[in-house]
Design a protein around this ligand. Structure first.
Ligand SMILES: CC(=O)SCCNC(=O)CCNC(=O)[C@H](O)C(C)(C)COP(=O)(O)OP(=O)(O)OC[C@H]1O[C@@H](n2cnc3c(N)ncnc32)[C@H](O)[C@@H]1OP(=O)(O)O
Length: 410
């Protein structure tokens, strides 16, 4: 029988050993120190078999941008169960404790990035944002259907970058739902770290901003490069890996993409997680040159307190519906509720009337940020529509101008 309890700071190294074991990882000293410092700042839950740590989960103290608000949202990470204790309910017990803590702390949401998409639905998590991988063949110029912004481009040193792009990133976070807050530590230890965590061949981060001197910037790109490899039988051209690109206008985005595609001694640009509505996919003149090579659920979201989550976001259109909600992990969310929402605010109260829609909390989580349409889940047989048109009505109210998106993997 395992005991679920707080992992004291003195056990962080044991938690890391367990994580490296299950993730088949062996970081260098610097990486270990970075992980140690990260876990010291996180909430930590352990599963102990006697004195042995056999399960672990950490939670960042994040806020998440949702339509019209920024809500507390623990970000789960380092979820690890020892190979000797698999499939005996250890993760299930850690998740129950995490949900208990999030409820006690008044966090309406919780979020994570999944190592495998099959794991977290059973705990009420739904894929709430979509990422697409974009590959540009940059062995030739990038033709565009719009005129790029011709204001100057400027390189920024990584140690100055947070001061220059931090506020821009924060504004972009508010404009698109689904983005976790980024602490100064995460900026410096992850996004602006000299060494990319997943690939030691990549260059330090390069940051290019666009804007007139003395004026606020109008956009930025953060990227890393890898030199061409001609050691094998097939020459691999130099790579530009885009970590983040944010722009005020399509013309600014066009200038930044054009600049990336024109970097000397490189022949491919890869952006591993862009929004599905990235303007590049429309203004690129040759979509054979700019390809979407993958699409995946990125941020998984849990509505911990459904009422708080629904009443604290903004709504695009009026809606009044009775929802029949199931939630086996958090029964306080289950039951029949009337949602009455609109641009003026929202109410969500217990109801007796027949339901218009019946769904599980994981489906509501998938739709909450406006990234998945309820009508699609009706078509997939996952949501029951008892009143014709109810799903479309809820979609119109949940809708956001920009699709929710984040590439902030944690
Ligand atoms: C947010 C993050 O950190 S993502 C990282 C997740 N961690 C990893 O991938 C590291 C390697 N894997 C592990 O450490 C473990 O196998 C874990 C954490 C994925 C699962 O831990 P376990 O203690 O074995 O899970 P537990 O026994 O509670 O299983 C709960 C249910 O999930 C299912 N499940 C567990 N892992 C998986 C999986 N990888 N794929 C599909 N289903 C799974 C179980 O079959 C079980 O199903 P049931 O409720 O129908 O019986």
């Amino acid at each position: 029988m395992v005991d679920i309890r707080e992992v004291p700071e003195a056990d962080i190294d044991r938690a890391l050993e367990l994580a490296y074991l299950v993730f088949n990882d062996r970081p260098e000293k610097e990486g270990r120190e970075r992980h140690h410092a990260l876990l010291a700042r996180c909430g930590r839950i352990g599963a102990y078999d006697g004195d042995t740590l056999v399960g672990f989960m950490a939670a960042h103290d994040f806020r998440l941008s949702v339509p019209g608000a920024d809500l507390p949202c623990p970000g789960l990470t380092f979820v690890s169960v020892a190979p000797t204790h698999r499939r005996r309910g250890v993760l299930t017990a850690l998740m129950a404790e995490q949900l208990r803590r999030a409820t006690a702390a008044g966090s309406p949401l919780a979020a994570l990035w999944a190592s495998e998409a099959a794991i977290y639905g059973r705990f009420g998590y739904g894929g709430a944002t979509t990422g697409v991988t974009v590959q540009i063949d940059s062995t030739r110029p990038l033709p565009l259907r719009i005129a790029p912004d011709r204001r100057p481009l400027r390189l920024i040193a990584p140690d100055e970058a947070q001061g220059v792009i931090g506020a821009f990133h924060e504004a972009a976070r508010a404009a698109r739902a689904g983005r976790p807050s980024r602490s100064p530590e995460r900026w410096s230890r992850e996004w602006l770290a000299e060494q990319a965590e997943d690939d030691e061949e990549l260059s330090p981060p390069r940051i290019i901003v666009l804007g007139d001197p003395g004026e606020p910037i109008a956009g930025y790109v953060l990227y890393r490069t890898k030199p061409e490899d001609d050691s094998g039988p097939v020459r691999t051209p130099g790579l530009v890996r885009v970590e983040e690109l944010e722009a005020d206008t399509p013309a600014v985005a066009a200038a930044l993409w054009e600049c990336l595609a024109a970097l000397d001694l490189t022949g491919r640009v890869t952006a591993w997680c862009r929004p599905a509505d990235d303007p590049l996919l429309h203004f690129a003149a040759d979509r054979d040159q700019v390809r979407v090579t993958a699409q995946f659920p990125a941020l998984w979201l849990r509505l911990v307190d459904v009422r708080a989550a629904l009443t604290r976001r903004s709504w695009a259109a009026p809606v009044e519906l009775v929802l029949e909600l199931t939630d086996v992990r958090l029964p306080a969310n289950a039951g029949r509720f009337r949602l009455k929402a609109g641009p003026g605010g929202a109410a969500y109260e217990p109801a007796r009337a027949a339901p218009d829609l019946a769904l599980d909390v994981r489906e509501l989580a998938a739709c909450y940020l406006g990234g998945t349409r309820v009508v699609e889940l009706v078509a997939a047989g996952l949501v029951a529509e008892h009143t014709p048109g109810a799903a479309a009505e809820l979609d119109a109210a949940l809708r956001t101008d920009l699709l929710p998106h984040t590439s902030d993997e944690f």
